[in-house]
Design a protein around this ligand. Structure first.
Ligand code: UDP
Length: 326
């Protein structure tokens, strides 16, 4: 049985759906602060899912999960706060939730002898890139509290491996995009801060705000590497297989090896929507590097993982989903 923290959120829920479809038994642990009970209710239709509402910041909440479910073999840990700008304003909230919460999870795992974890890390652990595309040997030097929390957890995991034999696979996500191909679930953040849903949600009453057109890129807007949500889920499935077979700690970039500018993303969204989207040019957003593109060679070679869906496909699925949750 797999324990999934944050399984009611965007990325976690897509992973849970695929695991249920594979016939796996899943426990979702989520405090529903950012996740949605409606998503859990929907997921329950697709297999054996047990939902436990609880908070990683409360040690006994997570201990209780292991205490009453002795057959948990591994953990996939999505639960976290993940907004860069918010982390700059409220670092206390980020360190407490992300770092302290993960410590409670790891300590509970050790207490109950569960020694395998897949962890959602991020390109934000690299900071401002020294070269592009970024490979896993690139210096990790985060430029915001969010990236710091994720890097701290990676280091804690290394130390817990050396001392206690806890094995982790850390997936360093680049920009995640799209929704389930059958539109059963999708991206649902309140408030929404991400590029693609914000473009798709814009209308004559609320224009899309483009943050910065004066970057040193071809068209002046930031370049990001957009990885499809279902491809990202496949990376987790491969990572879990790897962890079960090899039982070694490792870390991988999860991206496409290519990037698109904010303007390019905007143009594809207009094309898919088939209408002009109102736009407002604004100042740069704090903490945004000009270019973030993954070198994904390591994941391809070691996990035998290949991303299959392009940005156009991700935006199409995101648009279908937007029309459902509207
Ligand atoms: N962005 C934008 N307007 C928005 C949201 C994002 O111009 O409403 C830009 C943002 O400045 C960045 C890119 O889109 O350059 C991707 O941002 P997002 O928040 O989606 O992901 P992040 O890169 O922060 O993980």
């Amino acid at each position: 049985m797999i324990l999934v923290t944050g399984g009611a959120g965007y990325i976690g829920s897509h992973f849970v759906l695929k695991m249920l479809e594979k016939g796996e038994e899943v426990i979702v642990f989520d405090n529903l602060e950012l996740g949605h009970i409606e998503i859990i209710d929907k997921l329950k239709k697709y297999g054996k899912l047990k939902f436990i509402k609880g908070d990683l910041k409360i040690l006994d909440d997570i201990r209780g999960v292991f205490l009453s479910n002795k057959d948990i073999s591994s953990v996939v840990h999505f639960a976290a706060y993940s907004q860069v700008a918010e982390s700059v304003k409220h670092p206390q909230k980020y360190y407490y939730n992300n770092v302290y919460g993960t410590l409670n999870l790891l300590n509970a795992m050790l207490e109950f002898g569960v020694k395998k974890i897949i962890f959602s890390s991020t390109a934000a652990t690299y900071g401002n890139p020294k070269y592009t595309p970024i490979d896993e040997n690139h210096l990790q030097n985060p430029i915001n509290p969010y990236g710091n929390t994720k890097l701290m957890i990676e280091k804690i995991m290394d130390d817990y491996d050396k001392a206690y034999g806890l094995k982790s696979v850390r997936l360093r996500y680049f920009n995640v995009a799209g929704a389930d191909s059958e539109s059963r679930i999708g991206e649902w953040h309140v408030p929404e801060t991400h590029l693609i849903p914000n473009i798709l949600k814009a209308d004559k009453n609320k224009s899309f705000k483009m943050f910065g057109t004066d970057y040193e890129t071809n068209d002046g807007t930031c370049i990001r590497d957009y990885i499809n949500i279902e491809d990202l889920v496949q990376a987790h499935i491969k990572a879990l297989e790897y962890l079960n077979k090899q039982e070694i700690t490792n870390y991988f970039n999860i991206g496409t090896n290519g990037g698109n500018s904010v303007k390019e993303v905007f143009n594809i969204c207009e094309q898919i929507k088939g209408e002009k989207i109102p736009i407002e040019i604004q100042q740069r957003r704090e903490g945004d590097p000009a270019v973030l593109v993954a070198d994904n060679t390591k994941a391809k070679q070691i996990l035998n993982w290949i991303p299959e869906h392009d940005l156009n496909y991700s935006i199409k699925t995101a648009y279908k989903w937007e029309n459902i949750i509207k």
